[in-house]
Design a protein around this ligand. Structure first.
Ligand code: GLC
Length: 736
């Protein structure tokens, strides 16, 4: 072989090696993300950086095509992966490959009081997002259940900051284990739908930190959320999507959040404020990017051409732009360009089972006089099902959480499938709600029908007299003014004549079980006339199967309420103080810390059903609680224990709640606050010790004069409870 050949061969071998070494850092998945971010950033033009930080379509933003950096695709959330919409429409694109699994609403997840259910939820929905090539899931929502009227409470995790914090963290980790960012929303104080786009919320700093921020803080610091969504409303007279205090001082400053702040759709209102006050990705700024002309196209979003022009005119520097671009690049390298590639899975039997399992663990048995439930099919042979919610589709509607599902088993279908030939099941509608057009289908028409509630009620009552047992299935629905985005409810009562119908059914047949499907509390004037009551939430694709399993006793219910059911609206703090809804401009949270059971405790108001309440088909006995020591040192912990025994004849899950009470404090504090919980499974006769460890953080309050959390030395009580009003034992202790 002559020299020339040798040189040629050598260079051919060398080339790939050389090329190998020249692989750009940002493309090298073995390199640390921060190096990849910096490498990509310094390769990008000004225009490319600006393109990263605003939408290019309804649910996507640009990548850097020249560098092979992919786009970002968002999807609602939080109960399933929303159907594909047209490039610039809310309406569905009519795909045939995007019918998803609907998981139960987040109130149901919270009602499981089981972080393992959250982990299962997050993993499963994250797999669906990944499969649908979405790298940002627009959820979960963790706004606090301040009143029973908020139209979107069904998308959130209840009234207590500790419960929401414990339940949101595993969901986030589950989603992100798929290389999909959770985008926790809506940061912050978006606790009602009425006037959500304008109202400036006034709340004292202590309440902000003790009630409304903890779930977001846990999401960032424990969940490691890669994205946060700014809320529509204002706080300190700045829109939350361009808010110095919330986004820069707290989220990115104090909490060291390194992810992206995504605006709510249409939440950005001012270029300079968005630049300076922490907004990273602007979405939905009311545009029709295809034909409304330049004045509204995506290039004219606040953080698009107007921003680029300010830079080119020298009116703003590029420091903020580089920070925003870094955060978006970090998001991309954590998701679409991550080292581990995930492919997810979609609408699989495993996901249906996951949804069903969460649903079965979240259904709450509220009342069961005469042990009517579970239904004894040896005794009852003629079963009547009454109520529109036995058949009404609940996975569609309700706003942005609306889903196009592969399957939705209705309560009636689930009950019929479960009962089979063991009894006869007949159905009478009993009541109906006004028909509404399906929200996601362009040009959909409502099938308007004649509704005569009196005639419907008489028909149901007549049928009830012939039945052995009646299952009424009602509650709220996803129509505007019920459990739906964009509006709040007007009252606590059930609509469409349900209360009169339930009372009439109770008079017609003493064997009546009432199933409430809702995401909010409702009043129950008939509560004493009805032997059995179940809160069944919006349970998603497997709703009917989960409900039937509980009603027939295949599953022993173990759900507990994540929010208070007040007897009447005036029993709610914000309502009682006239602090809701405020005006379109201003609202002051006069009830402060005293939200939910905190209010009921402070005013000694007996709820209809308290926070944390839930019954079982078995019975449990609790021992006296004990502690591992009788005082806590400032940097120490204390472990409280209690024995729980299943004294019934069937397996069940019992929930132990631990509240802390500060017996003497220099600032007013709620009577007690949830600081621990544990759910245990017990076979008949089995006894287990439940231990819960707390540290001084559980004893602390936020001193807004000092801007820090304070645990004052002194006397405390650890309170073991089966609900906010069912105290089972107290252990006094001191903080030294
Ligand atoms: C909606 C909701 C938000 C949702 C977004 C996109 O207005 O407030 O939760 O993720 O817009 O649909």
């Amino acid at each position: 072989m002559n020299l020339k050949t040798i040189v040629m061969v050598a260079s051919m071998i060398a080339l790939p090696v050389m090329a190998q070494e020249e692989k750009p850092v940002y493309l090298d998945t073995n390199k640390p993300i921060e190096q990849r971010v910096e490498d990509a950033l310094q390769r990008m033009t000004l225009e490319e950086k600006v393109a990263l930080i605003h939408a290019q379509s309804k649910f996507s933003s640009a990548g850097v095509p020249r560098l092979g950096i992919p786009e970002n695709w968002m999807s609602d959330g939080p109960h399933g992966i929303r159907a594909e919409v047209l490039w610039d429409e809310w309406f569905g694109a009519g795909w045939t490959s995007d019918s998803c699994t609907a998981y139960p609403a987040l109130t149901c997840l919270a009602a499981t009081w089981d972080p393992a259910m959250s982990a299962l939820y997050g993993k499963s929905i994250g797999e669906e997002a990944r499969y649908r090539k979405k790298n940002v899931l627009l959820g979960p929502g963790v706004n606090i259940y301040r009143t029973p009227l908020n139209g979107r409470n069904f998308e959130y995790l209840g009234e207590d900051p500790f419960l929401t914090s414990r339940m949101v963290v595993p969901y986030i980790k589950g989603v992100q284990s798929n290389g999909v960012a959770a985008c926790v929303k809506h940061f912050a104080l978006n606790d009602q739908e009425l006037n959500r786009g304008t109202v400036n919320v006034n709340v004292d700093d202590r309440t902000l930190n003790e009630i409304y921020l903890p779930a977001f803080k846990a999401a960032v610091q424990e969940g490691g959320a890669w994205a946060i969504m700014g809320a529509y409303n204002q706080y300190k007279n700045q829109h939350c999507c361009e808010n110095q205090y919330l986004l820069n001082d707290i989220l990115k400053g104090k909490w060291k959040f390194d992810g992206v702040v995504v605006s709510d759709w249409g939440g950005v209102h001012n270029t300079m404020e968005a630049i300076k006050n922490g907004m990273d990705m602007e979405f939905g700024t009311w545009t029709n990017g295809l034909n409304w002309g330049a004045s509204n196209a995506y290039d004219n979003y606040y953080l698009a051409k107007p921003y680029l022009d300010l830079i080119k005119q020298g009116k703003v520097g590029t420091d903020e732009l580089n920070d925003k671009a870094r955060r978006v690049l970090r998001l991309i390298f954590r998701t679409n360009m991550a080292k581990e590639q995930h492919y997810g899975s979609f609408a699989s039997p495993e996901h249906a089972l996951a949804g069903r399992t969460i649903a079965e663990n979240g259904i709450v048995l509220l009342q069961n006089n005469k042990n009517l439930l579970p239904l004894d099919l040896k005794k009852y042979k003629k079963i009547l099902v009454v109520g529109e919610n036995a058949t009404k589709r609940m996975t569609i509607g309700g706003g942005s959480s609306s889903l196009k599902v592969k399957k939705e088993v209705s309560p009636l279908e689930g009950i019929k499938a479960r009962i089979g030939n063991d009894a006869t099941v007949t159905y009478v509608e009993g009541y109906a709600s006004p028909a509404v057009a399906e929200q996601d289908v362009k040009g959909a028409k409502a099938q308007v029908r004649e509704i005569n509630l009196d005639a419907m009620r008489e028909e149901a009552v007549k049928a009830a007299k012939e039945a052995d047992v009646v299952i009424f299935i009602g509650g709220l629905n996803k129509n505007e003014g019920q459990d739906s985005e964009g509006a709040d409810r007007k009252g606590l009562e059930l609509s469409y004549g349900q209360d009169a119908l339930i009372s009439a059914l109770a008079a017609a047949n003493p064997n009546l079980a009432v199933v409430i499907i809702s995401g909010n509390a409702v009043s129950m004037p008939w509560v004493k006339q009805v032997p059995a009551i179940v809160e069944a939430w919006y349970e998603g694709s497997e709703a009917g199967n989960a409900l039937a399993a509980v009603l027939m006793g295949d599953v022993n219910p173990s759900g507990h309420l994540p929010f208070t059911f007040p007897v009447k609206l005036q029993d709610n703090g914000a309502i009682a103080l006239g602090a809701y809804p405020g005006t379109a401009e201003q609202e002051t949270y006069k009830e402060g810390l005293f939200v939910g059971y905190r209010w009921a405790d402070s005013k000694k108001i007996k709820p209809l059903f308290p926070f944390g309440y839930g019954l079982s088909y078995t019975t449990f006995a609790w021992s006296k609680p004990t502690a591992d020591k009788n005082e806590m040192s400032a940097d120490g912990t204390m472990t409280f224990s209690i024995n729980v025994k299943n004294t019934g004849t069937r397996e069940g899950k019992e929930l132990v709640q631990l509240y802390v009470s500060d017996l003497k404090s220099s600032l007013p504090r709620p009577v007690k606050e949830l600081k621990g919980f544990s759910k245990v499974t017990l076979a008949p006769g089995e006894e287990k010790t439940v231990s819960i460890t707390i540290d001084k953080a559980a004893l602390s309050y936020y001193d807004d004069t000092k801007g820090e959390w304070i645990a004052e030395p002194g006397k405390f009580e650890a309170i073991f409870a089966a609900s906010a009003t069912d105290i089972r034992g107290k252990v006094p202790f001191e903080l030294k």
